[in-house]
Design a protein around this ligand. Structure first.
Ligand code: AR6
Length: 178
């Protein structure tokens, strides 16, 4: 855990669908019509209301983010973002992954969200190397917090030690180098 411009920033291991925060972020695909991984888990736990709202959104570009209610989830909102499919890191993947985090936070702030949890976007079937993704995620959030007071908590909720450790290290590093 570290404090960045008055906002608590932390990494924890867990299931993001259980998060009691204002908004959770979904690692979706461009259709916004559901999928596997964390996307499948969120739609299962939140119920059909989320998909009904998603159908009206007309999809989402890679790097962008759109919001729905949280359905039956403890979280009030789900912010659906689309991470890049990782190829070799030279196809704009870092910029697109940063954009996912920035756009998710912009949409969150526009809806009065004060507490938000992110999964490891693109780190599952989209194949992003986890240490690289962790650095980008934490750096982008940290930069955003510098320009946007009002957020109280940004939490990365990771499945498994292999994903948790690099995110936790990046969060600690952000606290030291700021
Ligand atoms: N809570 C927290 N993290 C989770 C959970 C959960 N309940 N379930 C999985 N993860 P992925 P991507 C982790 O594949 O790489 C979907 O089909 C998982 O271990 O869900 O962005 C979409 O529809 C991994 O670390 O997302 C897209 O088609 C991380 O969440 C595609 O997958 C992200 O893995 C998006 O791929």
């Amino acid at each position: 855990m570290t404090m960045i411009h008055g906002c608590r920033l932390e990494a924890v291991q867990g299931d993001i669908t259980k998060e009691r925060v204002d908004a959770i972020v979904n690692a979706a695909n461009q259709s916004l019509l559901g999928g596997g991984g964390v996307d499948g888990a969120i739609h299962r736990a939140g119920g059909p209301a989320i998909l009904e709202e998603c159908k009206k959104l007309g999809g989402c570009k890679t790097g962008d983010a759109k919001i729905t209610s949280g359905g039956r989830l403890p979280a009030q909102y789900v912010i659906h973002t689309v991470g890049p499919v990782y190829r070799d890191g030279r196809q704009g993947e870092p910029g697109l992954l940063a954009s996912c985090h920035r756009r998710s936070l912009e949409v969150a702030v526009a809806h009065g969200v004060k507490t938000i949890s992110f999964p490891a976007i693109s780190c599952g079937v989209y194949g992003y190397p986890i240490p690289d993704a962790a650095q980008i995620a934490v750096q982008t959030v940290t930069t955003f917090l510098g320009g946007h007071p009002g957020l109280e908590l940004v939490r990365f909720v990771l499945f498994g030690q292999d994903t948790f450790a690099p995110f936790d290290a990046a969060v600690r590093q952000a606290g030291e180098t700021r």
